[in-house]
Design a protein. Sequence first.
Length: 137
Amino acid sequence: MMKIRYLVTSLEGGGGTFTLPSIIDVFRKYGCDVKLTACELRDGRAAELLQKAGIDYDLLSISKRNKLYYIKKFFVMMLKDRPDIIVTSLRGGSLVGQVVGKLLRIPVVSWLNNTKKKNIRAISRIILYYGLRIHKA
């Protein structure tokens, strides 16, 4: 079972965050253990959606902080619970995930989650494909 840590910038309501339950569902259907982390809460509208879908998440901070703060918190989190790969979406989460992945030698798959819900299954499978290739390398 591949362990995935999915890192997003925030749980603010809007396009990319509203597709998270579908993406995580695809990963889990393929047998992955997925944990979700957000750098910050912002308006938190996506949190309600995640709770309804039964998806737990971790927050690096409730309020907005600087990237170095997120990198430090995420670094410590990954030391305690090291995944096989880190999947990131959106700019802030991708920066944090890529820095921590590089420091800890954890492969990172980053993408811009602005897709429509009908494309989620295909895109999730592509992410998994690249994640598995990186993980096995």
